[in-house]
Design a binder for this molecule. Structure first.
Ligand code: SF4
Length: 131
């Protein structure tokens, strides 16, 4: 209905912190291209190949990008084997490995970093993109 212009309000109800409701609503509007500006963060659904605490890393990335004005797609992927390829449409992303991670752009691997430097390496790369 929103996409057809039949409304201008979106209410999301979640169990837990109401702040998450606002964040979810923003993400839905952004995914529908009804709200522009700021990064879109995507993460893989995880599977048996997952080699990293993806939930924690995704939350850290989301928090670190709260004030980023760039209209970019940022991928947070669970494994180095398939992550970069599965997220090739992302402008920038990270993929978790065993004690390390890959930073990639549009599916192309830029470099490997130690696990504890994944977040800072991603943020540095985004900063170099103007964020
Ligand atoms: S990126 Fe890796 S961990 Fe994530 S769903 Fe794909 S194969 Fe599984």
């Amino acid at each position: 209905m929103l996409r057809k212009g039949l409304g201008d309000t979106l209410r999301v109800s979640l169990t837990g912190d109401p702040v998450e409701e606002v964040k979810s609503a923003k993400l839905i509007l952004k995914a529908m291209h009804l709200r522009e500006g700021g990064p879109e963060i995507i993460s893989c659904p995880t599977c048996g190949r997952t080699r990293i605490d993806l939930d924690t890393l995704s939350r850290q990335v989301e928090k670190a990008l709260e004030d980023c004005p760039l209209n970019i797609k940022v991928a947070v992927m669970g494994c180095v084997v398939n992550g970069p390829g599965e997220a090739r449409e992302a402008d920038i992303g990270v993929a978790g490995g065993d004690g390390e991670g890959l930073i990639f752009k549009k599916g192309e691997i830029l470099r490997k970093v130690p696990e504890n430097e994944i977040l800072s390496a991603l943020m540095n790369e985004i900063a170099s993109m103007g964020g």
